[in-house]
Design a protein around this ligand. Structure first.
Ligand code: NAD
Length: 498
């Protein structure tokens, strides 16, 4: 395809973020095609849900195996569409495999029927609950981790017995299409259970209106609000994974080299386009200057580009360059110190590393998601002030703490509002499939990954089975008033005691 190519009617083109050249043409799926995919998914879901859990597990593990076999091809598509280095794309596939494997292997244990205790007036009942699939799950994905992020919903929803219709970002449709092709090839008996539909906002909107039983959205809070308004019309449940403004707290006794190493990676990898990437650092005043120096020294050695030795690639979404430039120049104009780089670091399509210090807390770079290779390091009086500032954000997704001793770090972590915290590492939680992931406030709601991530795509059915006729039946019009009064007296006496 040449760079002068124009999309045909009903199609759109994807472009290489590095060169601007077209990559591929994809159909724009409208409401009709989306509805058709959802109907087909609904037809196949019954058979999938009826399978013994072990059969579903085997099918999903076959899909995982197929993904592992095609790791290079999948990573190539991710790298092409996002611009990220091949090594990063391969790592994304590896993380995805870990999650898919965990979901497939643990769904039966997490979701199977379990008995619960009964109460004073219900000893004659046997009570249990079971998590049943919701039906068809719609998944709307972002472009920054086009495989790993949506798989946090897709893999777990399928493992829980649902069908899935996936709408990838319009920047990364090829990755989504390849994922569905691999599923159909690995699980041919259930073709249609997992479908990818392509397009931009209109296609996502059609999916939100299609009558899916739950929608899992990952993207910006602004889009989440629009999607939620549409879901509200039909009371379609929504899971929202949105942006972050993650903070790292560094205490006076922390290993500064380890902290600097992790901060640089957390802030710069994937060009800073990570929802739980490092954007703010609060360092205790005594070590602030030393930390800034160490971070700048390491960041200086990292450069973006398209070469194999590049630390990270271009900004995937060209429009983000302006946001990064505005955040950096706004901070400097407000009195921040540019320890490394500055507004001049924005050279489309790349942004070289930017390290800022002493940034006013009201600056956009401290309050809005920058989503670029920029980190702000501010001094704080003590850990209390660090916790207060970290929690002051309208986002609450991830966080990290660097200090001596895991126990002290865990105590600080417990005071943070974030949905996930790593002590003495960054993003440690993202690679542990058993750990739920998600945030609150503008970072969204609900959890993917782990047992909660499986349960997120189920609805609970509670059952009681009467074992024998109780001495006091309260659910009958035939109960004499005296019996009812005796029951109330008995309950009151018991509840008054404790
Ligand atoms: P975005 O909000 O622009 O788009 C997300 C998805 O929504 C895309 O597929 C897009 O086509 C679709 N969409 C857009 N308008 C829509 C509408 N009106 N109705 C339905 N769908 C619509 O976000 P993005 O730029 O693709 O992704 C970046 C954002 O995602 C960042 O804020 C990042 O922090 C966040 N993110 C969060 C997580 C997480 O797990 N919390 C993971 C990755 C990315």
């Amino acid at each position: 395809m040449t760079d002068t190519a124009a999309p045909r009617t009903g199609t759109f083109l994807t472009y290489s973020p590095a060169t601007g050249k077209p990559i591929a043409e994809h159909p724009v799926h409208g409401p009709e095609e989306v509805d058709r995919a959802v109907s087909r998914a609904r037809v196949t879901q019954g058979g999938w849900a009826a399978l013994p859990a072990s059969r579903r597990r085997d099918h999903l593990l076959r899909w995982k195996k197929a993904l592992a076999h095609r790791l290079n091809a999948v990573a190539r598509t991710i790298a092409e569409e996002t611009g990220k280095p091949a090594g990063d794309a391969a790592l994304e596939v590896v993380l995805t495999l870990e999650h898919l494997g965990w979901a497939a292997r643990h769904a039966e244990r997490v979701l199977r029927r379990r008995s619960v205790g009964t109460g004073l007036f219900t000893v004659h009942q046997r009570a249990s609950l079971v998590h049943r699939p919701v039906g068809v799950v719609g998944v709307i994905g972002p472009w920054n981790y086009p495989l790993y992020t949506p798989m946090g919903s897709i893999g777990y929803a399928l493992a829980a017995g649902n069908a899935v219709v996936f709408k990838p970002s319009e920047l990364t449709p090829g990755t989504g299409v390849l994922l569905a092709e691999l599923f159909d090839a690995a699980v041919p008996a259930h073709a249609g259970l997992f479908t990818t539909v392509t397009g931009a906002a209109g296609t996502g909107d059609a999916l939100a209106r299609s009558g899916v039983d739950k929608l899992a959205f990952t993207g910006s809070p602004g889009t989440a609000r629009k999607v939620m308004a549409v879901c509200a019309e039909t009371l379609t449940p929504l899971l929202a994974e949105c942006g972050g403004k993650d903070a790292v707290i560094v205490t006076g006794d922390a290993d500064l080299d380890a902290a600097a190493d992790a901060i640089v990676w957390g802030a710069l990898s994937n060009a800073g386009q990570t929802c739980a990437g490092v954007e703010r650092v609060y360092a205790v005043r005594d070590i602030h200057a030393a930390l800034c120096e160490k971070v700048a020294e390491r960041a200086r050695a990292i450069h973006p580009g398209a070469e194999t030795d590049a630390g990270y690639g271009p900004m995937t979404l060209p429009g983000r360059l302006d946001v990064v430039e505005r955040h950096v120049s706004g901070a400097v104009a407000a009195g921040a110190r540019a320890v490394l780089g500055g507004a001049g670091s924005v050279r489309a399509p790349y942004v070289t590393p930017v390290v800022l210090a002493d940034v006013p807390e009201s600056a956009a770079v401290m309050t809005e998601e920058t989503f670029g290779p920029v980190v702000a390091i501010n001094p704080v009086r003590d850990v209390d002030e660090a916790v207060e500032r970290a929690n002051a954000s309208r986002y609450a997704l991830g966080a990290a703490v660097f200090c001596r001793g895991g126990r002290a770090g865990a105590a600080i972590a417990a005071r943070l509002r974030a949905g996930a915290v790593s002590v003495n590492s960054v993003l440690g939680f993202a690679a542990v499939p058993a750990l739920p992931f998600g945030g609150s406030r503008d970072s969204g709601f609900g959890r993917i990954h782990g047992a909660e991530g499986l349960r997120a795509f189920t609805s609970v059915q509670s059952t009681t089975v009467q074992r024998f006729t109780p001495p006091i039946t309260l659910t009958s019009f035939d109960v004499p008033a005296a019996t009812r009064e005796r029951a109330v007296r008995l309950a009151r006496a018991l509840h008054r005691r404790r």
